[in-house]
Design a binder for this molecule. Structure first.
Ligand code: GLC
Length: 714
């Protein structure tokens, strides 16, 4: 009944709209509170020429707050909308990617927690904070699967795996939208960037992406499939041109795949200027072509370039765009506004938020996502009463620990690594550059037994259009590690990089390495709790760590070869000058304890295709023991290998995982259930299929999992 009322209401409204008002609903304008065109924009809103506003500026907090906005400003804007003839409320959007006032780790690190529930809680917290500033639509989650850390935007997404990306997608959409985006403390989510943007050639942003339909269906679409199933209200089209088709102008991708195959029923917004870029991308001769092609492809709202506003009226009047096509886009936008509760409440009062709770969430997920890569002779955890030197570019840094895409973050609220260490280990003898006694680092290091090197990159070295051709450890940072090594010190490396980096031979300079990533406002405290043992590391890589940039792209779910040359799994020299193996594989992460897969067995070793098609599942029981002396969280992973199918399937495919706390010495049983969709694969046309034969399942704690059970499908 509710659906019918909504539809009737939209049809009634649509019936009263002029052509100009319809086009106005599809027009999204950027606005900054301090810009000099606010009054002009308000007047256009009153005239029904603007349906949505995005508050977008830099991806890093600008001191001047140039893109600042708040609830009062959004009230003003909605008031202008209420003065329009039909009083259709504005939809106000913002890049709430992984932080608002509270800044969580970058999504690539949050994914490394493999903690779906916690990720959902983080996005719920973000929805509350952003909603209190008047934001009703977040341009997130970013779900671009990427295998190339040269691309600066790897930090924004959940990494290289389809399943991890899918679970992340569902957690983020649920966290943002709850049961309904109209509820207090909830907002509309936006799955982006559809589709394939993460495959930008050479890691060069906005470049060509060559993706087969087979790869599209099995690698790049799963996260969006999950977002659609979770009810995501909007999708953002991606900038890239995919195998000759700019996505923004591709009916095949935006309608036949996204809507007809995946069943998406929300609205599609272009990315910034994506509509008019169709001309530069070579499928449109002018702005009018751009507007028509994008609308007919399936773009419903035009972000920031006013291409729809400038050209659609003439295109409709000339009969090159049918009124039905226009109406379809307007209906979708109005439906989203209705669903977001905007007609009922154009502006919601602020909800009470518990900022301390949000910071506690930030600290918890930062601690769960940091990955212990190396820990020779169990150097870590350190004693709280030792003599430690702390140096490196990130030791006292605040802004960069927040990561890119944190325009609403407050660097002053970030706990630095030094502050975290002093708080967690107050009796430590800590020597740092800021120690009054020392000028140069050698003197600082000589005082200590252990040197903690806080290495990393600026938040401005990753994110949109911030790609790197060289992702090795910067020379000056490697030199610092060498100096500490030559002084005979124990060396702990903290990698505060946004993207995975290629440590290469510098790996040997460190006795222990904690990959912290850009871990948000509580990074310093979370890292210190791990370094000194208050917490046990439990992060697992969401993206492969290569040895060198020359190996890229390098990812775990690689296709088999006719020759045993896939260095990822069979150590061999794919190059004359380099191994084919990563430094650390997808899913890898150490702990201060150790876990063992004692046993893995199938409830039924044989299943028929008809049973599976009828919904029966393969049930795998896996027994895991914490064989160490410390409690810890493990992330048990189950990988699939189908050695003989109609199309080649990857050497490993993650098909299940579960994070669980396991007390020292205890054993626990995990149960994974795999049905048709987990065991099967998608054909290039999007058909899910599964064939008779053997399926091998590997249980373990990273992509090199070895404990194997064999399922026969008959
Ligand atoms: C940018 C990004 C997109 C973002 C949008 C609005 O170009 O590609 O992810 O949501 O513009 O800021």
């Amino acid at each position: 009944m509710k659906e019918q009322n909504a539809s009737a209401r939209i049809q009634e409204l649509l019936g009263r709209m002029t052509l100009q008002e319809k086009i106005g609903q599809l027009n999204q304008q950027n606005i900054c509170a301090y810009a000099d065109n606010v009054e002009e924009i308000k007047q256009e809103i009153r005239e029904g020429k603007i349906g949505s506003l995005l508050f977008s500026g830099s991806a890093i907090p600008e001191n001047g707050g140039t893109e600042a906005f708040d609830l009062d400003f959004t009230r003003e804007l909605q008031a202008a909308a209420m003065e329009s003839r039909l009083q259709i409320p504005l939809l106000l959007g913002r890049d709430v990617i992984h932080g608002f006032e509270t800044v969580f780790p970058i999504p690539l690190m949050m994914a490394a927690s493999f903690d779906d529930r916690l990720i959902e809680e983080c996005y719920s917290a973000l929805a509350q904070e952003a909603g209190n500033a008047g934001v009703r639509w977040a341009f997130a989650p970013m779900l671009d699967l990427s295998r190339d850390p040269r691309w600066g935007r790897v930090i924004e997404g959940p990494g290289e795996d389809p399943l991890l990306g899918s679970r992340y997608a569902a957690s983020a959409v649920r966290g943002f939208q709850g049961d309904s985006p109209a509820q207090e403390g909830r907002l509309l989510a936006c799955a982006k960037h559809f589709i394939g943007y993460g495959a930008s050639e050479g890691g060069r942003d906005y470049h060509h992406t060559e993706i087969s339909n087979y790869a599209l269906q099995n690698q790049y679409l799963p996260a969006f499939r999950a977002a659609v199933r979770a009810g995501v209200g909007s999708v953002m089209a991606s900038f890239n041109e995919l195998s000759g088709q700019p996505v923004t102008g591709s009916r095949r991708l935006l309608t036949e795949v996204l809507r007809d195959q995946l069943g998406f029923d929300g609205f599609v917004v272009s990315d910034w200027g994506g509509v008019e870029q169709l001309e530069a991308q070579g499928i449109a001769e002018n702005g009018a072509d751009c507007a028509r092609l994008a609308l007919q492809a399936g773009v419903d709202m035009d972000m920031a370039d006013q291409c729809f506003a400038r050209h659609l009226e003439a295109e409709v009047k000339a009969g090159r765009v049918a009124m039905e096509e226009l109406d379809r886009a307007v209906e979708r936008v109005l439906q989203a506004k209705l669903r977001a509760g905007l007609f009922r409440q154009p502006v919601r009062d602020a909800v009470k938020t518990d900022r301390a709770k949000h910071r506690a969430l930030a600290r918890r997920i930062a601690g769960e996502s940091m990955v212990l890569l190396k820990n020779e002779q169990s150097l870590l955890p350190l004693s709280k009463k030792g003599r430690v030197a702390l140096t490196g570019c990130m030791a006292q840094n605040r802004e960069s620990l927040m990561g890119a895409w944190t325009p609403d973050g407050d660097a002053d609220s970030v706990i630095t690594l030094e502050e975290g260490i002093r708080a967690v280990a107050p009796e430590l003898e800590l020597f740092t550059e800021s120690s009054p006694l020392f000028g140069d680092m050698t003197a600082v290091m000589e005082q200590a037994d252990t040197v903690i090197l806080a290495l990393g990159e600026s938040a401005r070295a990753s994110g949109e259009f911030h790609c790197l051709a060289d992702i090795s450890l910067p020379e000056d940072q490697a030199a610092l590690a060498l100096r500490a090594r030559r002084l005979g010190k124990k060396v702990v490396g903290l990698l505060c990089f946004g993207r995975p980096i290629a440590l290469g031979d510098t790996l040997s300079l460190f006795d222990a390495i904690l990959y912290t990533g850009h871990a948000g406002c509580e990074a310093g405290r979370a890292a210190a709790e791990l370094l000194f043992g208050d917490r046990n590391p439990s992060g697992h890589l969401a993206m492969t760590l290569p040895r060198s940039v020359g190996q890229l792209p390098l990812y775990y779910n690689a296709a088999p070869s006719g020759r045993p040359v896939n260095g990822y799994y069979t150590e061999c020299r794919n190059y004359i000058d380099e191994s084919g193996a990563p430094l650390y594989p997808f899913g890898y992460g150490l702990s201060y304890t150790s876990f063992q897969v004692e046993k893995a067995e199938l409830e039924q070793e044989t299943l028929s295709l008809s049973e599976l098609a009828a919904g029966k599942q393969a049930v795998v029981h896996i027994r895991v023991t914490n064989t160490g002396e410390r409690d810890g969280d493990t992330v048990l992973q189950l990988y699939l290998r189908d050695p003989a199918a109609s199309l080649t399937r990857p050497l490993r495919e993650l098909k299940a995982y579960e994070r669980r706390t396991l007390p020292a010495g205890e054993t626990a049983d995990f149960v994974f259930r795999l049905g048709m969709e987990e065991l099967g694969y998608y054909l290039p046309d999007g058909t899910l299929t599964l064939e008779k034969g053997e399926i091998r399942l590997f249980a373990g704690f990273d992509a090199w999992a070895e404990k194997c059970v064999r399922l026969q499908i008959i």
